[in-house]
Design a binder for this molecule. Structure first.
Ligand code: MSP
Length: 502
């Protein structure tokens, strides 16, 4: 059985409103959290906002408001997105909160005390958009490898002795082959570290929006050292006896986009090693979404607003599409056509239709009462056998972040169940063999109950509506074994996935 799990989204920059990329990471985290909770594991899920640094300061100046007022306003969009998407977060942390500032200062002091910080001067390239330092040889046509503009920075700076961690990091990766997911990213990080690590500038002194360096307020702490610490501060660090820290830190899974893997898989473990703290369990990197084949960017004006999509469809549709369309780790393309196709084909025609057909037949022909099953035929057994061992299959998919395979596994059963109805023809049985009709209906209701329990992490709203329509209150994976009670009168059914027209 899994131990406690701590799942984190990145702390999102508040320089702009949330878009589909933010929604994606968060939905994946929430899906994992729901799955493990239903499976009896203790989960702590957090999200938050990254509010310091030059990028946010510049955005606030552009708006003509103070950084604090700006971040107060912008972080509310991210909190609102969580509510609109019904993400069940245990905590939400803003890096401008006192509890966080306290944690960052404590981590800094610890690194300094242990001899890993020294004062020097940084001369080199910096990208405000990426909040990252670049070497001359990293630049491509005068820009960061990400395409972001860079500027020359020449200022006094504190450094972290990152170079001391090349060997310890490589040894750690070797001993923990699952530390970075997927494997291709694990290999990429190892190649990067093998290429050599330079000491890292960890303070800035030419602007002021950040957490001051303890005992040297002319400097503010580099926004990445600040932001990464959110994963600790939310658990009560630096209090060594904080119970959340004790219970959850070692089970930490940081879910991030591929663009910020290096910060999480190289810098963060090095900071933690230097501080003498345990490392997280795993860093999981997902790919990037394009919009109708184009890179999503503000300047192209093609960002996708998740709330607008939800308004035109449902939060289940968005969630299902993003998790079903691609394998986690690969890049994906958002196209309106495939979005509507997934909804209408998989959700309305397959899943919704299965529930609707059976429940309305029951309402019309059995006064809405769950019938008593007679003896099962091999066809009935065959259909029900699809659930044998399914939890370990689904667990395997979730451990591999294969949300698409999780969905495929269940949708195969949905397709089989629809075929079973066509073959068993309960409408004919009604005229010829009522006992057999009752058995077929009972088998179908049981199949729908099990499917609805299993689809809760993927399409929580619809699963909940279907379970309500079946009057099922026991909904954890353990409860899969508790069959429906014949004779129960079910409420009037209604469709859970109305078809969408473009
Ligand atoms: N503030 C940092 C994270 C600090 S964590 C200690 C940051 N924030 S961000 O708001 O720019 O990005 C947050 C996440 O959104 C990243 O994981 C990034 O990969 C993801 N995405 C941004 N655009 C994306 C797509 N087009 N597609 C998928 N995810 C993308 O980085």
């Amino acid at each position: 059985m899994q131990k406690n799990i701590y799942i984190t989204t990145p702390a999102y920059y508040v320089n702009d409103r949330p878009h589909i990329g933010h929604a994606y990471t968060t939905l994946a985290c929430d899906t994992l959290a729901r799955f493990w909770r239903l499976n009896g594991v203790c989960v702590y899920l957090i999200s938050g906002t990254d509010e310091h640094g030059q990028k946010v300061e510049q955005a606030s100046l552009k708006e003509g408001v103070s950084p604090q007022a700006f971040t107060d306003h912008m972080s509310s969009y991210f909190i609102n997105l969580l509510q609109e998407m019904d993400i069940i977060c245990d905590d939400f942390i803003r890096t401008t909160e006192d509890r966080h500032k306290k944690a960052v200062s404590a981590l800094w002091k610890c690194l300094q005390k242990r001899g890993y910080i020294y004062l020097g001067a940084y001369s080199g390239w910096y990208s405000v958009r990426d909040e990252a330092f670049y070497r001359e040889k990293d630049l491509v046509d005068g820009k960061a490898p990400t395409g972001a503009p860079v500027e020359w920075v020449d200022e006094p700076s504190y450094f972290f002795k990152l170079s001391a961690f090349q060997e310890p990091l490589l040894a750690f990766y070797k001993n923990n082959p699952h530390f970075i997911f997927p494997q291709s990213r694990y290999n990429e990080v190892i190649r990067f570290v093998e290429g050599g690590l330079q000491d890292l500038s960890i303070s800035r002194s030419t602007f002021s929006w950040g957490i001051p360096v303890p005992n040297d307020e002319k400097h503010i702490i580099y926004v990445w050292l600040d932001a990464l610490t959110n994963y600790l501060s939310v658990l009560g660090f630096p209090d060594p006896s904080a119970s959340l820290f004790q219970s959850f830190w070692k089970g930490a899974i940081h879910v991030v986009g591929k663009d910020i893997l290096r910060f999480h898989a190289v810098y963060w473990p090095a900071f933690l090693m230097a501080a003498g703290l345990p490392l997280p369990k795993q860093i999981v990197a997902h790919g990037w979404w394009t919009n109708e084949g184009e890179k999503i960017s503000k300047s192209l004006g093609n960002t996708i607003d998740p709330l607008e999509l939800i308004q035109h469809s449902s939060r289940d549709s968005l969630r299902y599409f993003l998790l079903r369309e691609i394998s986690f780790g690969s890049d994906g393309n958002f196209s309106r056509q495939s979005f509507f196709y997934r909804h209408n084909n998989d959700l309305s025609n397959s899943y919704g239709n299965l529930a609707q057909r059976v429940l309305s037949f029951l309402q019309k022909n059995c006064e809405g009462k769950i019938p008593l099953a007679g003896e099962l035929t091999p066809e009935d057994e065959n259909l029900l056998d699809n659930f044998k061992g399914i939890i370990s299959t689904l667990e395997h998919h979730m451990k591999n972040y294969a949300f698409h395979k999780y969905a495929e596994t269940i949708w195969e059963i949905i397709i089989k169940a629809n075929r079973y109805i066509d073959e068993q023809k309960p409408w004919d049985l009604k005229k010829k063999d009522l006992e057999r009709m009752n058995t077929v209906l009972y088998v179908l209701l049981e199949v729908i109950r099990k499917i609805a329990i299993l689809t809760q992490p993927l399409v929580p709203d619809a699963s909940c509506k279907i379970l309500d329509q079946l009057s099922v209150s026991k909904r954890t994976f353990k409860d899969l074994e508790i069959p429906l009670t014949p004779g129960t009168t079910l409420p009037a059914p209604f469709g859970v996935f109305p078809r969408l027209s473009e």
